[in-house]
Ligand binder design. Structure first.
Ligand code: FAD
Length: 344
């Protein structure tokens, strides 16, 4: 049985784990490591500080299926819809640019429930707060080093973190990457932005009717969502939460600032846009240094094989497109490459 390590418990990592289990059931032992305290990656759902509050999606907001992807990824959509993980978007999103034939879906339990669904289907051994810092080749296996100390050995490794974080890894990676691969990886560019989750007390009622809204004229804020309305979730007994995303230009301009210093600037603009907004009881601020991919790896089939045996394969939205379907494409491509490497 091959021991396969997937680094990253985001959407691509969870899909790789699930597809591996379904395709190679008894031939692989799947282990997933993530440096964070929980799963989701950029599809994270922030837990409320009080049990009475609604959770908040600080990263991805909804899933948009083009007619072509709705067809080619039909099995993924129908699985998530029948499991109640996805449901059609019903709320009004002001300023949403809707293209002909596109369908939007929301997640009643938050975006991280998509990732959790695929992880639970995978039966993988899942470990959080495992930050990979280096990869060392020893004959037919990889020794994978952890930041907290210690290492473990695997027969194959799949890397699904953002490309700059792959390039930071110590060990044999540097010598494995060809000049052409290095040039391709160096092309990848990400947008950056800040996100705020605002949690309110139970008696708060908002004076506006939209579920989410894009703001095109603000120099700071691009998007605000009322989480319960966006997800059409039953709010009975729960207090409201709001998600605020800054514009990419604001994110870039303040990228090296501490988030504690950026938060008051965003709040000031929020109160200019929504002057009657009550005070939240708590706020969470997130800096997305690697938000959506602006420039993907050129001519990528969806993955990059750095070594055939022992397998070392990279995947993620940088190798396809920066959305749900891009991660599905990448995971499918990674698994095809891994099966070819393992000759199964
Ligand atoms: P990630 O989610 O980044 O997962 C990588 C994981 O690797 C992370 O969990 C990270 O903790 C872990 N990791 C990194 N380095 C290490 C290490 N050294 N050791 C161990 N673990 C490590 N997509 C949509 O479809 N719809 C949207 O509405 C949408 N809006 C977005 C809004 C924002 C603000 C952001 C940030 C993204 C949005 N996206 C949206 C894009 C979508 O979230 C991403 O395309 C997708 O989540 C990428 O998944 P991934 O698994 O490839 O990468």
């Amino acid at each position: 049985m091959s021991r396969v390590l997937i680094v990253g418990a985001g959407l691509t990592g969870s899909l790789c784990a699930c597809l591996l289990r379904r395709e190679l059931q008894s031939q692989v032992h799947i282990v997933v490591w993530d440096k964070a305290k929980g799963s989701g990656g950029r599809m994270s759902t922030s837990r409320p500080p009080h049990a009475s509050s609604h959770s908040a999606d600080l990263g991805a907001q909804y899933v948009t299926a083009t007619p072509a992807y709705a067809q080619s990824h039909h099995s993924f959509y129908s699985e998530l819809l029948s499991a109640g993980v996805l449901q059609p978007l019903h709320c009004h999103i002001e300023g949403l640019q809707q293209k002909h034939g596109q369908e939007n879906y929301v997640t009643p339990r938050g975006m991280s429930s998509v990732v959790k669904h695929f992880l639970s289907e995978s039966g993988a051994d899942l470990f959080f707060e495992r930050h990979v810092t280096g990869l060392y080749r020893h004959g037919a296996s990889w020794e994978v080093e952890r930041k907290a100390g210690g290492s473990e050995t695997f027969d194959a490794v799949i890397l699904t973190m953002p490309v700059p974080q792959i390039l930071q890894l110590q060990g044999d990676l540097e010598t494995l990457i060809s000049d052409q691969q290095r040039q391709q990886l160096d092309c990848v560019r990400y947008s950056s932005r800040f996100a705020l989750g605002l949690f309110f007390s139970p008696e708060v009622v908002f004076g506006f009717s939209w579920g989410a809204k894009y703001f095109m004229d603000s120099p700071c804020i691009r998007y605000i969502a009322v989480e319960s309305r966006k997800r059409s979730a039953d709010i009975s007994g729960l207090a409201q939460s709001l998600v605020v995303h800054t514009s990419v230009s604001f994110g870039l301009e303040h990228l090296e600032w501490d988030k504690e210093d950026v938060q008051p600037i965003i709040l000031q603009e929020l109160h200019r846009l929504l002057p009657h907004l009550p005070q939240p009881i708590s706020i969470k601020c997130q800096k997305w240094r690697y938000s959506q991919v602006l420039t993907t790896v050129p001519n990528s089939p969806g993955h990059m094989t750095l070594l055939q045996a022992p397998s070392l394969i990279c995947g993620g939205d940088a190798f396809s497109h920066s959305h749900f379907d891009g991660c599905v494409d990448s995971a499918l491509s990674v698994i095809r490459a891994l099966k070819a490497s393992l000759r199964v």
